[in-house]
Design a protein around this ligand. Structure first.
Ligand code: SAM
Length: 342
């Protein structure tokens, strides 16, 4: 029986770490094959699982054994495999599913980009433009439609999980309009509009993203008469006037894009507008391993970074915002509540 092991000696630990790609690839394979979805509540024989997910039994056993070493699936005494708390998160129907996050973090472009990390560290620049000849989100939406779908689903998963927390956290009493800048498919916006029935909303994101906005926001949806969907590039313009702007998990790209976005929001909102920037901070996180990995991936794709509290404060004040408050939204998100000065 294979179990999750603890604390091997340094020479073995390093050997394990350099094979990190094998673990990521095994997770990706399991997610793509739908192994977690096919495995029921009780243990299953590999032959039955293989028939369900249409693979050869022996390679599937090897895949499951590799994942079991990390506590993802568990091999039983009789050679069958059962779910663990982690493997259940690979199921698409799990309420806390990480299936699309798993796929997103291991998409084909990541395997092109990681080997160029030394180059990115040397130059401080993204490597995607050299690899694909265009900016990351352009590449994603124009040339990698399958990855774009995975990205939007992954963002939807994490937005839905954080939308409730943001809606609970943010007090919009006294405000009549709200714009979510780079709001993805609009789950955070929809949650807030449901909580505040007299508030009007606007969702700004790239055209191919808002095309698939949350059905509640689209024509015919329950919130449609209170929402304007604005396809656009927030670095070019923010053509939306609102009392409150939310900018969540956007200011992680290069500094020029951050400065341009903030300038456009400040111009659009005018004096007195409230700007709430919500981010994961690298200096106050439940997992430094996860946050620093995301930080490096952001360097590779958009030449960006996960921020510390100080580096976020610096960018917001440099843009001309007054920071009224910095508070924790949930264990992994912080809100910087700012005002555009008069
Ligand atoms: C990490 S996601 C965050 C989405 C959403 N705010 C959330 O927290 O769930 C980044 C979003 O920025 C959008 N985005 C990227 N470049 C953009 C641009 N130039 N203008 C507007 N939105 C952009 C992406 O399409 C994506 O929806």
């Amino acid at each position: 029986m294979t179990t999750a092991e603890t604390a091997p000696p340094p020479s073995m630990r390093l050997r394990e770490l350099v094979f990190g790609a094998a673990c990521a690839a095994a997770l990706r394979a399991a997610a793509r094959l739908g192994v977690a979805d096919a495995l029921g509540d009780g243990p299953m024989a590999v032959e039955d699982l293989a028939a369900a997910v249409k693979t050869e039994p022996q390679p599937l056993r090897r895949l499951l054994r590799a994942l079991s070493c990390y506590g993802i699936f568990a091999e039983q005494q009789d050679g069958t495999f059962a779910h663990t708390d982690m493997s259940r998160l690979l199921r698409e129907d799990d309420p806390h599913s990480l299936r699309y996050i798993t796929l997103w973090c291991t998409e084909p472009w990541t395997w092109d980009a990681w080997p160029k990390l030394d180059e990115a560290v040397r130059t401080g620049r993204n490597v995607v433009e050299d690899l694909y000849g265009k900016e990351f989100f352009e590449y994603l939406n124009e040339d990698a439609p399958e990855s774009a779908v995975v990205f939007n689903r992954a963002m939807t998963t994490s937005s839905m999980q954080s939308a409730r927390d943001v809606a609970q956290f943010l007090d919009l009493l006294g405000s009549s309009s709200l714009a979510d800048i780079g709001g993805g498919q609009g789950h955070v916006l929809a949650s807030l509009l449901e909580k505040y029935p007299s508030v009007q909303g606007a969702l700004l994101d790239l055209p191919r993203v808002v095309e698939n906005a949350d059905p509640r926001l689209r024509p015919g949806g329950a919130l449609a008469d209170r929402v304007r969907i604005v396809p656009g590039d927030c670095r070019v313009a923010v053509p939306v006037r609102a009392d409150v702007y939310i900018i969540k998990n956007i200011l992680e790209w290069d500094d020029d894009s951050t400065a341009r976005t903030l300038r456009n929001v400040i111009e659009a909102g005018g004096p007195g507008a409230r700007v709430v920037v919500i981010e994961n901070l690298v200096d106050d996180t439940p997992s430094m391993r996860f946050s620093t990995a995301m930080d490096l991936l952001l360097l590779l794709n958009v030449g960006g970074a996960k921020h510390t509290r100080d580096s976020m404060v610096r960018r917001l004040t440099d843009a001309g915002l007054v920071i009224d408050d910095v508070r924790q939204v949930n264990p992994y998100l912080h809100a910087f509540d700012c005002t555009v000065p008069g």
